[in-house]
Design a protein around this ligand. Structure first.
Ligand code: ZN
Ligand code: ZN
Length: 424
């Protein structure tokens, strides 16, 4: 098997960057979105991701897209707001634009986000302003976000290497080398560095589905996580549903919402989380880096939170609303995932959350409950699903982590030992 992989890797290595970008774009459009002919596509991208955005636009039109509209974000323009904008700016968001996007989704548009903005862009800005701006944006984008989190439409996220992100991931390297290294890491993690990336994604998706089916059959009451610094019991929501490896969207299109994806995830019970958990990686939260997070839960609620850097941002984050102190997601990822094995810390949730088992503060995915898409907010809450303006994943898994599934009668079954799935 090793030989075969090496052969395939060599072939991919022979491609130009332009051809490699085209491969990633093809996977994004055909696998990530499974874009249908006649569909509209709404894309967001950092300015520096222009080459990938263009390739995705080409692939989308080749797949029959009726119109591709891309909204670009520009880092210096974002910083100009913090430097020169009036105080009132930070409680403001373009509601008209977000409503327009939501309308686009309702009339059949697909959604693609290119991730790659500088993770430390706002690190030196006033955390209070950053938080206010985030809250204003979360409120404005709620109608659009709901259509995404309820998987009403086909959507996906892919990443582009960008200069500031690359320099953060590979400090000490020359900029062009750092960018090249980050691109290679993205291609490997996104499983496009093989002969037949579309087929590889099909097989990968099937493996994840098998694991998800097993977990859904077990119907555990809780999960127990044990690792140095961590002793945490996460109760699962009533009627919880495990997901992973692709989603059937409400519009009938089977999409892969994250490229890469390695996780099996579900909805925890918002009132049944107890114990202490230590983050296994730093968290990059909207421009700020939060390091060495340790948190203690009682009856689902964070009662103690510490971090060696970015503690202010962490405290503001968990004070966003009542649900920000509770869990909305729990996810299992083996330490053998290609992203974990790369040893690269990406400072980007899309990658880092697929390198380790993780939990997320805030909003739960209603699709991770049986029949959840059709439930009212009150029905979701009654089953233990959390609600919040935020959804922030942070990594807790390591090569030393053990995870048990706890049955209704309290018996424990080993699921993960030293970071690896017990059953294959
Ligand atoms: Zn996740
Ligand atoms: Zn998440």
């Amino acid at each position: 098997m090793r030989v075969a992989v090496a052969e395939k890797t060599t072939k991919f290595a022979g491609l130009t960057l332009d051809e490699k970008l085209d491969r990633l774009a093809e996977v994004a459009v055909k696998v990530g979105l499974a874009l249908r002919a006649g569909q509209e596509l709404i894309m967001t991208a950092p300015m520096e991701a222009l080459p990938l955005a263009r390739k995705i636009t080409e692939q989308a039109y080749k797949a029959g897209a009726v119109l591709v509209t891309t909204l670009y974000s520009d880092d210096p323009s974002v910083l100009a707001r913090y430097e020169y904008g009036p105080d009132a700016s930070f409680d403001f968001a373009p509601v008209w634009l977000q409503d327009g996007i939501a309308n686009g989704f309702r009339s059949g548009a697909a959604r693609l986000a290119i991730s790659g903005a500088n993770p430390a862009l706002l690190a030196k800005q006033d955390p209070a302003k950053v938080s206010r701006a985030n809250v204003a944006m979360s409120k404005a984008s709620k109608p659009a976000m709901e259509l995404i989190t309820r998987h009403e439409i086909n959507w996906t996220i892919v990443a582009s290497a960008t200069p500031e992100w690359a320099k953060l991931v590979f400090p000490g390297e020359r900029e062009d080398i750092a960018i090249a290294k980050l691109w290679e890491a993205i291609f490997a993690a996104s499983r496009v560095n093989v002969d037949d990336p579309i087929g590889e994604w099909q097989r990968h998706g099937e493996r994840l589905k098998k694991r998800v089916d097993m977990l859904n059959e077990k119907r555990y009451y809780a999960l127990h996580f044990k690792a140095p610094g961590t002793n945490l019991t996460v109760g699962l929501a009533d009627d919880h549903l495990w997901a992973g490896g692709g989603t059937m969207a409400g519009n009938g299109i089977y999409c892969q919402p994250n490229i890469p994806t390695e996780e099996c995830f579900t909805t925890p019970h918002k009132d049944r989380v107890d114990g202490t958990v230590r983050a296994s990686k730093p968290l990059s939260h909207q421009g700020t880096l939060i390091e060495n997070i340790t948190v203690r839960f009682e009856a689902g609620r964070i009662v103690e939170a510490t971090a060696t850097a970015g503690k202010d941002v962490l405290n503001r984050l968990i004070s966003t609303d009542e649900g920000a102190r509770r869990l909305g997601e729990v996810a299992l990822v083996p330490h053998a995932s290609p992203i974990a094995q790369s040893g690269v810390l990406f400072w980007n949730t899309l990658f880092d959350e697929n390198a380790a088992s993780h939990i997320a503060l805030g909003q739960a995915y209603s699709t991770c409950l049986i029949g959840g898409e059709k439930m009212s907010d009150a029905e979701l809450t009654a089953r233990g699903a959390n609600s919040s303006l935020i959804h922030v994943d942070w990594m807790i898994g390591t090569g030393e982590m053990d995870v048990d599934g706890i049955a209704n009668d309290g018996t424990a079954e080993p699921l993960i030992r030293k970071g690896a799935w017990v059953s294959q």
